[in-house]
Design a protein around this ligand. Sequence first.
Ligand SMILES: Nc1ncnc2c1ncn2[C@@H]1O[C@H](COP(=O)(O)OP(=O)(O)OP(=O)(O)O)[C@@H](O)[C@H]1O
Ligand SMILES: [Mg+2]
Length: 335
Amino acid sequence: MTEPLLSIEGLKTHFFGYDGLVRAVDGVDLEVNPGEVLGLVGESGCGKTVTALSVMRLVDAPGRIVGGTIRFDRRDLLSLSASEMAQVRGAEIAMIFQQPKVSLNPVMRVGRQIAEQFIRRRGMDEAAAWKEAIGLLAAVGIPAPEAKARAYPHELSGGQAQRVMIAIALSLKPKLLIADEPTTALDVTVQAQVLALLRERCKALGTSLILVTHDLGVVAQVADRVAVMYAGQVVEQAPVERLFEAPEHPYTRGLLGSIPVLGALKPRLVEIPGNVPTLDGVSVGCRFAARCGERLRVGSRCETEAPPVIARGPGLQVRCWLADPAAADKERALA
Ligand SMILES: Nc1ncnc2c1ncn2[C@@H]1O[C@H](COP(=O)(O)OP(=O)(O)OP(=O)(O)O)[C@@H](O)[C@H]1O
Ligand SMILES: [Mg+2]
């Protein structure tokens, strides 16, 4: 087994607001292997973005990382100094966001925005950096890259702007790229092209990709492995074919069961009865128990004891008592 590039254990990121505590990320365990595309999915508010920002150490007050470890490329990210972390950010771990045009500088030519990376971080001269920038625009499929390099962001389409963001994010050949809903703001056909590009570019560079999305169709198209989040935790991690063929966590089964199969261009995570629990209380038992159609008898472990992460095979982990045959049998005997 190769060592994971990124290994998150027991990560907790809480928000200490005026109206109370929000446990946005509350015990996330996650691994990303070198060169792999990991899809991070889950309903709105389950903590995907806060997990991503925690890896970048970009969580703003009143939020704070209060527990766990984040190991990246053999370093403990949470113990790096602010200046060491600034070196990692962009050069080793890059991030792209949902709204490309907001992330681009509106008054700087796009070629310049890419060239800046090479000038500031790699000490290149202007001419060499500009040449690199044009090469990158070509690599992300921007037509007439010399001309487009001189354009301002408002002159680009949404899809082109996101291609430019991908070019900037990958310019320094980071080991890891985190893309948070990178195509949600784009038209469906453009979405598919940009996702294909993202995967192709990352694979070409050997860059690992965490793709944050609501959309299981996107995951099926792009990911090698999938992590499913629920209420601040990862409840299942599995290779993509395995997740779609034999989901182990009842929540994952619910999500997949809720995909309309016929005539659906864009399967999405839709309704499972009940709501995500509020993230401000102290929970006992499994966080999904109240909504789970498969939980063990009333008063069972599902309700009284938080399930551990159970390894079910290579790259396959489930946070559910049902995945522990001994625990499940014992409970059934009591039922
Ligand atoms: N600055 C903040 N202050 C207080 N709570 C916050 C803050 N940022 C996020 N949260 C809370 O953290 C939880 C997780 O939010 P997060 O943005 O990570 O969810 P998400 O999975 O990315 O959702 P979405 O799919 O809608 O983007 C939510 O309950 C949210 O309200
Ligand atoms: Mg989000």
